[in-house]
Structures are given as C-alpha cells and as structure tokens.
Design a protein around this ligand. Structure first.
Ligand SMILES: Nc1ncnc2c1ncn2[C@@H]1O[C@H](COP(=O)(O)OP(=O)(O)OP(=O)(O)O)[C@@H](O)[C@H]1O
Ligand SMILES: [Mg+2]
Length: 464
C-alpha cells in the first residue's frame, strides 16, 4: 500500500484530504506544519507528500528546498491558494511533481496522486534497469587474468570517471566496444545514454546529419527536424566507432565540436550546446594515417587524450582456456543447450592458434561448436581444419639447421622455402589453387596474394 503524507496547517483541509485518500486505499499521515512534516519525511518512509505552500514557520517552499538538498527523491504535489505561475514554476524547479490550486476538486487530487505515483514507479524501474546495465557492463564482464588484460581493467577503473576523450585502438574483435561500454557504465554518466555510431557503416552523405541532426527542409528528404547522435548523447557518452574511416570534411566538423562543445544542425542556424564524453575506436593505425595525410593531426591529438590499446588474443594465450570456458557456459545458457566438455587436445590447439579474429572469433567458434556438436565432448576432429594442423614438417627442416660462420639473410632463406613449397603444392594439385592452399594450410586468398607478391604464375591446366 502506498503511504502519503499531507502537510497543511489548516486542520479542515488535512482532515478532508486524509479521509478522501484513505477512502481511495492509501495509508495517510498528516503534519500540521513544515517542521513536523520534515521530521516525518526523515524518519518514516513515504511514497508521496502533499504540501501546502503558505504555512507559518517553515514554508512549503522551504520544505521542498530541504527535501531537494537531502536528495530524498520522493515525489510531491504542491497545493496553494495563492496560485501564481511563478510560485508553481519555483516549486517545480525544486522538484515538486505537480501543483494544484485551492479550492480544489477531490477528483483532481486523486488524478494527480495517481500520476505522481506512476511516474515515480517508472523512475524507480528506470533506475533499476540502469543499475542492471551498470552491472552488466562493469569491468567484471571483461574476462582475462593475463597481465595485458588486467592492465586494461585497472586502467578503465582509473579513467572512467573523468570526462576526458579516450581513443581505443586494437585489432578487430579485441573488445573495443565492450571496453567503451565499461567506461561509460563505470562513470557517473551511467544513467544517461551510451550512444554508439559506426562511422564506417553509415553512408558518407548522411553521416553529417546522423551526427549533428538536421532541420526540416535542410535537404531533399529532410521532411522533419531530427536530432543527431550528439544531442542524443547529451550528458552521456558518444562512442565513435571506426573513427579512422571519417571523411576529411567531417573530421573538420568533429574537431570543432570537440573544441567548442557546440554545433549547428545541418541546415540550422541555432547553436546547440552539448555535454558529451567522447570515446573513439579504430583498428587502423591512426598515427600512420596522420603521416599519410588521411587523418587530421589536430583531430588525432584531440581524440588521443587518453590512449588505450587492447592486446590481440595471441598475446594473452594464458587467457584462452578461461575465455573458452566463459563462452561455452554463456552460449550454452543462451541457447539452452547442455555445455559440452572440451578435450585436452582441442583445448591445446585453441591455445596454440593465432586467432586473427581475436575474442570475437573465439566466441563465434564456441557458438558453432555448441550448435553443431554431436556428442558431449568436443575433440580435435570437431574443429575446423585450421586447428588440427599437425602435418609433419618437411624432412629437410626438422633437424637442426646449420648456420655457417658468415651467417645468413633469414628473410631470403624463408622466402626461398616458401617459394619452393608453393610451387610444389601447385604442381601436386595441378594448379587448382584451393587444393594447393589446403595442402599448405592457407586460405585460398592468402595463397593468391602470396603468388601475386612473388610473381608466381601457375594456371590450372584445362582438361584437354
Ligand atoms: N576480454 C573479453 N572478455 C569477454 N568478452 C570479450 C572480451 N573481449 C571481447 N569480448 C567479446 O568479443 C566480442 C567482440 O568484441 P567487440 O565487439 O567489443 O570488439 P571490437 O574490438 O569492437 O571489434 P571490431 O573492431 O571488429 O568492431 C564481443 O561479444 C565482446 O563481448
Ligand atoms: Mg567494434
């Protein structure tokens, strides 16, 4: 049952409201002045209070001020005989949810009470969901005991609650978005939006309006005014993914927003101010892009205030078993399947593998294994071919290689071996590249690239 407190110095009104609200099923307490009211609010738990503004001693406005300063977050409805827009506005500014003028109609009171209680329920729900998100994206979600990933976690905790711009770099699938969310949800902005925007996924000509919004009629097709991601992210965090793909014209515009914290919508004249924390991410080498003239140097420095580099999975080999276990458990639960066991050989091959797609590749593989598995144990033969590459080394390379006193050029030696193996594979497979690639444990495209680089020509023989 909801508890309501009525604070009014006039006994007849107190009685009237108490009787009425009790008849509607609320539990009601009453206070005859501001001081008693505040004491009750402090000591007992109420879901709402009704407050007269004009009272001797501590006025209604003082009560609101005190409640606001204590951050009770309890909704209130103000009742006043001296209705002026100004006092109402002032009361709302102090956190009152609604106001009603005397003489009032009891039905209006009932409606206002219901609205205020519904609203506060929504607010609580919203708060609960946000807390849930905070937990979900806390750094506990980032798995790994190895030094590189533990450093990342410590670093996130250190920098989350600053407003500084972060630039996250790392290969594809290393967890850049996961880290960006962890930063947001660990910061005091966590109740406000985390807005992602993938600069590479949105066509160039609409990216500007996506970022800054547009006014009605700004261009053909702009039938309505629309706010952009910067405005959506106000008081929160804007995650600019694949920032390295941003076109030069937009780089200039972004730089200005980072410097001035203001912008105009496309086709607009009004300057809009925002308070947004920026986290950018890229798997490109931005420093090189700057050197090549593809990325503005000034923008790079603006973004790179706090640089964060995420290690590739092959540098965190000791974490592979942990990640395997984590994703097996998580995906099995999600797909409502019994989690399979992994044979020691299969696990070893995971540890040895290079993981060019990093954690995402590992996650996807676990999902595939869980969906496709036949028995309850995953062995080497359940894995894609690239994991069971225990083909023998050529004889000439297995023993100890002798290095003569004058030394070698290692690159030349390796190149020679590579050429030799490629040509033999092509001969054996009669020039069928997919077959040759498979003999070498390569992708077909990798083989073709290598052949191009080495200018090896070998066409499949057409059947005569
Ligand atoms: N250390 C980690 N612990 C747990 N999950 C991780 C970790 N790193 C990455 N992941 C998971 O791997 C997947 C890929 O991560 P994410 O999308 O953040 O990568 P990314 O770096 O943004 O990749 P891309 O550059 O391809 O966009 C996600 O499902 C993410 O939750
Ligand atoms: Mg990403």
């Amino acid at each position: 049952m909801h508890r309501i407190l009525v604070i009014d110095d006039e006994a007849s009104i107190r009685e009237l409201l108490k009787d009425f609200l009790e008849s509607k099923g609320y539990e009601v307490a009453a206070a005859s002045d501001g001081e008693t009211g505040l004491a009750l609010l402090k000591d007992e738990k109420f879901d709402l209070f009704l407050l007269d503004l004009m009272m001797p001693g501590i006025s209604g406005m003082d009560v609101l001020r005190e409640v606001a300063s204590e951050k009770h977050e309890i909704p209130s409805i103000v009742i006043t005989a001296h209705a002026s827009i100004q006092t109402a506005v002032e009361a709302m500014k102090l956190g009152a949810f609604d106001y009603i003028t005397k003489p009032f109609n009891l039905e209006d009171i009932h409606i206002a009470v219901k609205r205020a209680l519904d609203f506060s329920k929504l607010q609580e729900e919203n708060f609960r969901l946000k807390k849930e998100l905070k937990r979900k994206f806390s750094t506990h979600r980032i798995i790994g005991n190895s030094a590189p990933i533990q450093n990342v976690i410590k670093f996130i905790e250190k920098i989350a609650d600053t407003d500084s711009t972060v630039l996250i770099t790392g290969e594809s699938g290393t967890g850049k978005e996961l880290v960006a969310k962890a930063i947001h949800y660990q910061s005091s902005r966590f109740r406000n939006p985390f807005v992602p925007l993938n600069c590479a996924a949105i066509p160039k000509d609409i990216l500007e309006s996506e970022l800054f919004g547009h006014e009605k009629g700004a261009f053909t097709g702009a039938v309505n005014t629309r706010i952009g991601r910067f405005e959506m992210a106000n008081n929160g965090t804007l995650f600019l993914d694949e920032i390295g793909e941003l076109a030069p014209a937009l780089q200039v515009k972004l730089l200005r927003v980072l410097q001035e914290k203001e912008f105009e919508r496309v086709g607009g004249v009004k300057t809009i101010k925002v308070d947004v924390r920026i986290i950018a991410a890229t798997n490109r080498d931005l420093e090189k892009a700057v050197a090549d003239g593809a990325f503005r140097e000034d923008l790079y420095y603006r973004l790179n205030v706090i640089p964060m580099h995420l290690p590739p999975l092959r540098k965190m080999k000791e974490d592979v078993p942990l990640l395997v276990e984590h994703f097996i458990a998580e995906v099995s639960k999600r797909k409502k399947k019994e989690p399979p066991k992994i044979s020691p050989e299969a696990l070893n091959s995971f540890v040895d593998y290079r993981w060019p797609g990093n954690v995402r590749e590992l996650e996807n593989l676990m999902e595939r294994l869980i969906i496709l598995k036949e028995g309850d144990i995953v062995t080497l033969k359940d894995l894609p071919e690239r994991f069971s590459d225990n083909r023998p080394m050529p004889k000439a390379l297995t023993g100890k290689q002798t290095l003569s006193a004058e030394g070698v050029d290692l690159n030349v030696v390796l190149d020679e071996i590579e050429n030799n193996m490629i040509i033999q594979a092509l001969e054996m497979s009669k020039g069928v590249k997919s077959k040759a690639a498979s003999l070498l444990g390569l992708n077909r495209t990798t083989l073709i690239e290598k052949m191009k680089k080495k200018a090896i020509e070998f066409d499949a023989k057409r059947p005569d």
